[in-house]
Design a binder for this molecule. Structure first.
Ligand code: F6R
Length: 605
């Protein structure tokens, strides 16, 4: 992961580098640093911890250079400390890096034999010293190309040079890099979001390409060292969507926004006049699909699991799900009648991108469900379904999950309609019921005080379980993931019917257990599993739309979601679990938007 920024300007750049790094902190936040060219020399400032610490260092000892690079780190090689923080500089060159250099050990050995000294434990420093060695005999462009040729793995790089005081170089293989155009200044950044307050004119580097920025111009070269032209895109101005507003943190803002984001998404896809779902120009004929494989990581993978149940319920297509990091190394039998659906909020997740790349190399049919439409995954897929959730900044995914489930549900309805596997009546009813989703979301979110109370039971618990069956099983997994990543409490999601095959042994007196039991075809079975937990001392918190009193006995707390269409229940069950994780983490004073050890965009394997 990690975030990088580079600026070539007519005026001092450190202030803008700091602002951009703050925006990039979602990619990594265990250390930060910048390099500028001050009085003809490389001046490097680094710290462990957040960008705020770097800002303090600059306050006491300002950098005045008009050209610089900056970095926020998510450690891969070497612990997160000041020495391992980027940039990594020699006397002549300074480098920031996002990605992993897989052959760094062998290059390091070679350089040590040539008497180069390494200061850090990072893989990045081999780039600095390799480049330093080539610069002795080659010009700047040849040195960079020669260095890149030696590297195995993935990278996005920002480089500045002591002897070329007006140049910033950017390079990309596997990790994203955007280029921005300003007035008397130009930029590179890990994403367009970091550059947005400075420019809305953006190009994207493709794998193997490099760019050379000065304050007045940007030149692009391909891996054969030929000069190339790049398309310049104008981004929409949604800066207001990327601030917290009156909210304490991005996560509470993003949870709260879900009624609006789901409404926006429905508006984009549903034609209410014709009572139909629009997927204009979808290049694949659903009648020719006999298998769908849904691929993602983490929360995005949980939306794939939900979609498996939905597609199976609504169509006769065989559906499988795969975790991207597993899929990319499996021996897959590709078939022209298979559709591969990639789900990713950021559209930059390295494992998901690699799995898509594998499909592309095998000429498979692909589509992507993403939030960031300018992302690498969106650009590499045959077709893109945006989820229209707006920027998601909190590391824990919330509104994107709702958006992913929603688009996947619409896709399953539309595909079964085209294949004549759903009646017109049911198709129209399901679309009509979806109209209620935004107001139902609002209704559930309004019950936040109840969840705040429930959360108190979890603060001192050493662990917990989330149980559900059918469509509620992936939601149980998602609830457990949210709780563990935000509050650091061990949480397991399980299909309720699996408990007796082992996990029941974990139930002991007072252990909080979340049970998801909406009134669907699994209801009675889940309630029986719940009784087995209660009988062993489990403290059950039940989430349901059943309002009978009988099942309330011996239940610690019962949270009711509104009655609705069975396919809408997973959406409504997700909301209290997001709030639960949020409040438990708040009570424990955890960092809500930036949980420890994590990053928003996982651009390393
Ligand atoms: C959890 C979370 C992660 C992401 C995963 C995939 O709250 O956010 O599990 O869902 O890293 O990221 P994207 O969707 O960007 O591919």
């Amino acid at each position: 992961m990690c975030g990088i920024i580079g600026i070539a300007s007519a005026k001092p750049v450190s202030g803008n580098i700091i602002e951009a790094l703050k925006k990039l902190e979602y990619r990594g936040y265990d250390s930060a640093g910048l390099s500028t060219i001050d009085d003809g020399k490389i001046s490097e400032k680094k710290c462990s911890g957040r960008v705020n610490n770097l800002e303090k260092i600059l306050f006491e000892n300002p950098s005045k250079g008009n050209l610089g690079i900056g970095h926020v780190r998510w450690a891969t090689h070497g612990i997160p400390n000041e020495i391992n923080a980027h940039p990594h500089s020699s006397e002549v060159v300074s480098v920031v890096h996002n990605g992993i250099i897989e052959n760094s050990n062998s290059i390091k050995e070679e350089l040590i034999k040539k008497n180069y000294l390494f200061k850090s434990q990072t893989d990045t420093e081999v780039i600095t010293l390799l480049l330093t060695s080539y610069l002795k005999n080659l010009d700047i462009l040849d040195s960079v190309h020669k260095t890149l040729e030696r590297l195995e793995g993935s990278f996005a790089l920002g480089i500045i040079f002591k002897n070329f005081k007006d140049i910033v170089i950017g390079a990309r293989r596997g990790s994203p890099l955007a280029v921005g155009y300003g007035h008397e200044e130009n930029y590179i950044g890990s994403d367009s979001y970091a550059l947005k307050s400075m420019t809305n004119k953006i190009s994207y580097l493709e794998d193997g390409e490099i760019c050379i920025l000065t304050k007045d111009k940007v030149e692009f070269y391909n891996s054969e060292k030929n000069k190339i032209n790049k398309e310049i895109l104008t981004l929409s101005n949604d800066e207001n969507k990327t601030t917290k507003g009156d909210f304490k943190d991005f996560m509470s803002k993003e949870i709260n926004e879900q009624s609006i984001t789901s409404k926006t998404c429905l508006k984009e896809y549903i034609d209410h006049l014709r009572k139909d779902i629009n997927f204009y120009n979808f290049p694949i004929n659903p009648n020719e699909i006999n298998r769908i494989t849904l691929i993602g990581c983490g929360t995005a993978y949980h939306s794939c699991l939900i979609a498996k149940y939905l597609f199976e319920e609504l169509s006769s297509i065989t559906v499988e799900t795969d975790i991207a990091s597993e899929f990319r190394y499996r021996k897959i039998k590709f078939n022209k009648n298979n559709l591969y659906v990639f789900v990713s909020q950021s559209g930059e997740t390295a494992d998901t991108f690699a799995a898509l790349d594998l499909c592309n190399k095998n000429k498979a049919n692909t589509c992507a469900i993403v939030n960031v439409v300018e992302s690498s995954i969106a650009r590499a897929a045959d077709f893109v379904f945006p989820i229209h959730a707006g920027p998601e900044i909190g590391v824990a995914s919330t509104k994107a999950f709702i958006g992913q489930m929603l688009v996947l549900y619409l896709l399953s309805l539309k595909i079964s309609k085209i294949r004549n596997e759903i009646t017109d009546q049911n198709y129209i009813k399901n679309i009509k019921d979806l109209n209620n989703l935004p107001s139902l979301i609002k209704e559930v979110l309004a019950k936040r005080n109840e969840i705040q109370n429930i959360a108190k039971d979890f603060i001192n618990s050493k662990g917990t379980m989330f149980l559900g069956r059918g469509l509620s099983y992936p939601i149980a997994l998602e609830g457990a993931l949210k709780l563990k990543e935000l509050s650091y409490i061990h949480a397991e999601g399980y299909p309720a019917g699996e408990m007796k095959h082992g996990p029941l042994a974990l139930i002991e007196d007072g252990l909080p257990v979340v049970v998801l039991a909406p009134k669907d075809k699994y209801f009675e079975k889940t309630i029986s599993n719940m009784q087995e937990v209660i009988a062993r001392g489990g403290k059950v918190i039940l989430f349901t739309d059943d309002d009978s009193e009988i099942i309330s006995e011996n239940i610690r707390y019962k949270f009711n979601i509104p009655k609705c269409n069975d396919y809408i229940k997973p959406f409504l069950l997700t909301l209290p679990l997001q709030m639960l994780a949020y409040y438990v983490a708040s009570f424990k004073n955890c960092d809500i938007d930036k949980p420890r050890n994590l990053a928003k965009s996982v651009t390393v394997e």
